[in-house]
Design a protein around this ligand. Structure first.
Ligand code: PHE
Ligand code: ZN
Length: 849
């Protein structure tokens, strides 16, 4: 049963809860269909609150009994929770409820995955476990007893006692309910230890299903590196005797930072060379770090309310990016992050779903775990760090941890520590949190023979509910290069605070070439019509690795768009420039591979739309194909050597060096396949002894219209490995030609292994369809209809995963009237589905605008 009218919640309405929780004890009697949860909670009036309404959240619970101070009471129960008359002073509240984990397909609250009990409580899942003030500013000390006939029984904190059929846990750190976790199942542990800087001996366990033991070693190493890094770089030490991670196959997101008991989507933790690609390894290392870092940025200091989500997520993404930059290559990581930002956040920020990094209202909080909150939230911290400098950043963080440990905080608390440390007024900076939309920065140059003047202008287009955008402070890192590539001026951080502002550089010997927005110093769109020759020059000479890549990227973008829109020929400066980069052995292979990539087709469509041109997905697709073909021809002579030189002879290691080589070899193989029709790729496939090589070769073959045999061989080899089978499903859809994508996806949904209730499998097919740009936007509308069919089907089963997939439609206004009509018809069809979840209802309403 669903509520009739979704309600909107506003940040401005925040009020503290009328009661504080001192302690909460939970007892679980596990049974798949009828788990009993007994809770005993010590409440007392909150001196900082005025409203004494005693309302506890609770959904999909059967209330068995309720007591106050050992006396039975009769609370008033609704679908959303209960209210009860309570004493004036402190009191003990007890309830017994029954829940149905095996019927819980939404994967929120307590649910089952392959016979294992598992919880997910962020953001509002705890209310499906018991009656409770399920809001992050209510923090309590949890004790948990689990009764169940399973070998492994886990909860948060430290183990207290265990025996035949039970285990007891106690978490000494007060926490909000969203960080509660319980796991019970037939699991095996991969164990290790870590000694913290002050000498605390911590038992580390990675729990997996029997059979997955061989996929744990990498995750464990990543955990130990993360623990050490957070001590070294942020001075943050771990604070319990155990740190447990559990891998689960059915999970809506990547992973969850429950205190002392992180729960991971198995795709975000299990790894082996045979089954995981280099990219998987890198992502796993980052997610392990991310969840571990939450222990301080999220758990010890949490959010006052869900509007403050970026307080923990933006900061923790920023921290995990720093970690990856330290473990691997900083330049490569920065480029990867910008690619991702442009692919996922820019469309959001420039479309109907645009919202501030700190939203001011929402209907369903699950819909705000977005690229804006996470990735732009991290960019905003990068801006702050650039503005105040590294020293002040470190001091401010020390103050933040010292002052707010144990508290539920706001962005205002966060900014206050920076203001205090620097004495700087951050009110203009705060617009990065309050104002949605991606600023456009345009550039005008003047040269008078010795003084060079850069005039920067900023403008942010309106976003839903925010018509006017005052100027914000934008750090623009600029360096000036001389005619032979020397740095005339090293990188300087210009602070653009006005709508239009000039910056002078005096005493220059010759007219410089500017390198603007180095390191991508702020998440903006740089509007700059510089001549091709200048970009070719920067591609060859820029001393900032990010901007050197960016120069190649913008050349690629412009040549491919000219091909798509005007039928132009491939630009020779681009081809020659990339040719030179590919053969330059002094450059990091990973970096060279990135330089050779093309912007995503959806991103290209977005660029055309910004320029007032309606994108034609097929024309963009064809232009990308033609440009790749031209690049292959240009590099024909050097490719075999490049491929041979990047071969890794050492035993497989997922480190930056080897994976960089494999990435470049993969680039070479893809180009060679355009010339030899797949001969080398077939050899490579047959010889592959790790998943990176196997999948790269298979992708090359599929692109060449070959690979049928290999595809079925792959299926036979990996049919029992869920994670690899996700790749098998996804690859076929992403490699499908535009006119076949919907058909290929449709056929795969009929495959016996298409378990659509598993989010990973659903996303493997539907996510790949949505990101096969020309396939998804094929003029027939078949892909729109197929995705809509499946969203309608998944919605009642798993609203959260369904709602997230609506982002596939967020760019619909970019396209021609026919496509818009086709998409609108599908959105209307979904919206008309009886009992559609509030999650999906909100997404459609926002996208329709
Ligand atoms: N808090 C998790 C993270 O960022 C993400 C998450 C949100 C997981 C909601 C599950 C549900 O690490
Ligand atoms: Zn997070």
């Amino acid at each position: 049963m669903r509520d009739a009218a979704p309600t909107t919640i506003y940040l401005k309405d925040y009020a503290p809860f009328g009661y504080l929780v001192d302690e909460i004890s939970l007892t679980f009697d596990l049974a798949p269909n009828a788990t009993r949860v007994h809770s005993r909670i010590a409440f007392r009036p909150n001196p900082d609150a005025t409203d004494r309404t005693f309302f506890l959240h609770g959904e999909q619970l059967s209330l068995i009994s309720a007591r106050i101070d050992d006396q039975p009471v009769e609370p008033e129960v609704t679908e959303k929770g209960l209210t009860c008359k309570v004493p004036d002073g402190p009191f003990t509240w007890e309830t017994e409820v029954e829940i149905d984990p095996s019927g819980n397909t939404a994967l929120e609250g307590l649910y089952m995955s392959n016979g294992m009990y598992c919880t997910q409580c962020e953001a509002e899942g705890f209310r499906k476990i018991t009656y409770y003030p399920d809001r992050p500013d209510v923090m309590g000390v949890f004790s948990v007893r689990i009764n169940g006939d399973l070998p492994v029984l886990l909860s948060n904190g430290n183990p207290v006692d265990s025996g035949e059929g039970f285990a007891e846990w106690h978490d000494p750190w007060p926490k909000p309910a969203y960080l509660f976790a319980l796991v019970a199942g037939d699991l095996v542990a991969h164990s290790d230890r870590f000694t913290t800087v002050s000498g605390r001996d911590v038992a580390l366990n990675l729990y997996v299903r029997p059979g997955d033991e061989g996929k744990c070693a990498f995750g464990m190493e990543a955990l130990k590196k993360s623990m050490k890094w957070d001590e070294d770089v942020y001075g943050r030490e771990y604070d319990l005797d155990v740190f447990n991670i559990v891998a689960v196959d059915d999970f809506n997101m990547g992973a969850m930072e429950n205190k002392g008991l992180n729960i991971f989507n198995s795709s975000a933790v299990l790894a082996s060379p045979e089954t995981s690609t280099d990219a998987n390894f890198e992502r796993i290392e980052a997610i392990i770090a991310h969840e571990y870092f939450h222990n301080w940025t999220g758990n010890r200091i949490t959010c006052r309310d869900w509007f403050q989500l970026c307080l923990k997520e933006g900061l923790t993404v920023f921290r995990d990016a720093q970690f990856t930059a330290d473990m691997r290559s900083a330049a490569v990581k920065r480029i990867e992050d910008v690619i991702d930002l442009r692919a996922r956040q820019f469309p959001e920020d420039n479309g109907p779903l645009a919202h501030p990094v700190r939203p001011e209202s929402f209907q369903e909080i699950n819909n705000f775990y977005t690229a804006t909150v996470y990735e732009k939230g991290a960019e905003v911290i990068g801006i702050l760090k650039r503005l105040v400098g590294d020293r002040a950043y470190a001091e401010a963080l020390d103050l933040y941890f010292a002052r707010h440990d144990g508290q539920a905080c706001t962005i205002e608390d966060w900014l206050a520590v920076f203001e205090e440390v620097t004495g700087r007024d951050l009110s203009q900076f705060k617009r990065w949190y309050s104002d949605a939309g991606t600023p456009r920065v345009s550039v005008q140059e003047d040269w008078d023979g010795s003084t060079y003047t850069l005039t920067l202008s900023q403008q942010t287009p309106p976003t839903p509910g925010q018509p006017d955008k005052p100027p914000r402070v934008i750090p623009v890192a600029v360096g000036l290069l001389g005619p032979n590539g020397d740095e005339l001026r090293p990188t300087e951080m210009l602070e653009l605070t006005e709508a239009r502002q000039s910056f002078r550089f005096d005493g220059l010997p010759s007219k410089p070439v500017p390198s603007i927005l180095r390191e991508f110093s702020a998440p903006v769109i740089l509007d700059r019509d510089s001549p091709t020759s200048e970009r070719a020059f920067l591609l060859a000479h820029d001393t900032d690795p990010f901007n050197r890549w960016e120069a190649g990227r913008s050349l690629a973008r412009d040549t491919v768009l000219a091909m798509a829109v005007d039928g132009a020929a491939p630009n020779a400066s681009y081809l020659d420039g990339i040719h030179a980069v590919l053969r330059d052995d002094t450059l990091d292979p990973a970096y060279r591979a990135l330089m050779a990539g093309l912007p995503g087709q959806s991103e290209l469509a977005g660029t055309l739309h910004e320029r007032g041109i309606t994108p034609d997905p097929m024309a963009i697709y064809q232009a990308c194909e033609d440009l790749r073909q031209a690049l292959a021809e240009t590099c024909r002579d050097m490719l075999p050597r490049l491929h041979a030189d990047t071969r890794v002879d050492a035993p497989y290691a997922p480190d930056a060096e080897q994976s960089g080589k494999r990435a470049l070899a993969g680039t070479a193989l893809a180009l060679i396949t355009r010339l030899d029709g797949g001969e080398l790729a077939a050899e490579e496939y047959a010889a592959a002894d790790n998943m990176t090589l196997q999948l790269t070769a298979l992708a090359a073959l599929l692109h060449a219209g070959k690979g049928e045999t290999q595809l079925s061989q792959f299926h036979d080899q990996w049919r029992d490995d869920r994670l690899v089978m996700d790749k098998w499903f996804g690859l076929q859809v992403s490699m499908a030609k535009p006119d076949r994508a919907a058909q290929v996806a449709q056929a795969l949904t009929q495959h016996a292994d298409f378990n659509w209730k598993n989010p990973n499998r659903f996303r493997a097919v539907m996510g790949a369809l949505a990101t096969n740009h020309a396939g998804f936007h094929h003029a027939s509308g078949a892909a729109y209809a197929l995705l809509a069919d499946w969203l309608i089907r998944l919605d009642p089963v798993n609203p959260q995963t369904t709602a997230r997939m609506f982002t596939a439609f967020q760019t619909w206004r970019r396209y021609d009237a026919d496509r818009q009509a086709l998409i609108a018809a599908q959105l209307d069809r979904i919206a008309a589905t009886p009992d559609l979840s509030p999650d999906s209802t909100e997404m459609i309403a926002r996208i329709r605008g």
